[in-house]
Ligand binder design. Sequence first.
Ligand code: NDP
Ligand code: PMR
Length: 398
Amino acid sequence: MALQATSFSVHNLVNLPGKTTATLKDSTLFGVSLSDHLKVDFSSSSSKNKMEFTRRKVFKTQAVATTDTPAVTRAAPEVKKTLRKGTVIITGASSGLGLATTKALAETGKWHVIMACRDFLKAERAAKSAGISKENYTVMHLDLASFDSVRQFVANFKQSGRPLDVLVCNAAVYQPTAREPTFTADGIELSVGTNHLGHFLLSRLLLDDMKKSDYPSKRLIIVGSITGNTNTLAGNVPPKANLGDMRGLAGGLNGLNSSTMIDGGKFDGAKAYKDSKICNMLTMQEFHRRYHEETGITFASLYPGCIATTGLFREHIPLFRLLFPPFQKFITKGYVSEDESGKRLAQVVSDRSLTKSGVYWSWNKDSASFENQLSEEASDVSKARKVWEISEKIVGLA
Ligand code: NDP
Ligand code: PMR
């Protein structure tokens, strides 16, 4: 019933009288033609979209050892353990979710955030205007759209001598209106190249540093999204994510001897983003299977909510950017502010109740976290292995 109501309101919204939608790539407002919208397959959302709500476990503080013979007991010296400041690298911390998370963590005074950004000045300005104090962050250059830059960043970080306790793979590009693909420095389609492959190389190269960290809870977090999950209404908005047999990825996504799309199809910027998010969520799970037991590192992904105001939508048409926030606020009710989303990701970084590995976190209306269910494709074990194996060849690790 709720879904029908949403669908009806959306129908009205895309048919605003007097509005023309002709400037859009496929003559639509929200990137979905009305006929496509009506074709959206909601059937899966009712049965498969049952989210498994797991109440956040509240960790009990450890009981202090006591004795029953007070007369002979010497007063034990009070041992106060102070946890050192944690070091967390956050990619794409110059805006949106990354910046809000940096702010939330820095404000606790317990974290030093390495803001790994491609635009140094933008990052410095953003940190300053967010009021983040200087001793709680360092900006370091990282362009995820270049494997050389990723390697250079890792070398620079290692040289800094800092320990690495948490890595957050957050940066992303979204090109919903691009008619032609653009490419990374290594000649790979930009969305998958940046969002997935750049992060894949980065996290593989930094894994050893995390292994060495003596911090009590080490974490590798890769930001996912609802739109890559076809077990949700949002994930059924065309074009749907689908990796197919990955022939395009295996060919290197270069547009020369292979397609620029993972599944080998025709270039579609919105689909490329959603595919890259599936790769992000599959990679997190593959990391978990390969390394959690051996290293104790917690691997996690999340959907932070619909942060409809961020720079992610900068390449969308102005009308979309105008209507998307109210659409998410009042119709889907999936909207979340940048501040709130930052608090959510900060929880996944540091909350002691979110140490379970291999989990895709989401939040309910009261902002309580729960373990969400990934779609069939985003949790496919053999696809995860295949993405991993092809990706390590592309980035030069195999
Ligand atoms: P923003 O555009 O605000 O932030 C993206 C960040 O990524 C920017 O800081 C951007 O840098 C950086 N970035 C882009 N390309 C590169 C690159 N080549 N190298 C280094 N950094 C790069 O978007 P959001 O905050 O919304 O997105 C953050 C994450 O949240 C993404 O993973 C996205 O998929 C995810 N997400 C967002 C949702 C939303 O509703 N907004 C919903 C679900 C998930 P610069 O400032 O220089 O452009
Ligand atoms: Mg969606 C409960 C419904 C819901 C939610 C939570 C989202 C989140 N969206 C929902 C529904 C719909 N969206 C419906 C019914 C439509 C058709 C009108 C719709 C359309 C739509 C478009 C065109 N939505 C979008 C777009 C984008 O360009 C955004 C996108 O896919 O970016 C990749 C987007 C999003 N919707 C969301 C979220 C979280 C996004 C963007 C974030 C992302 O995955 O990064």
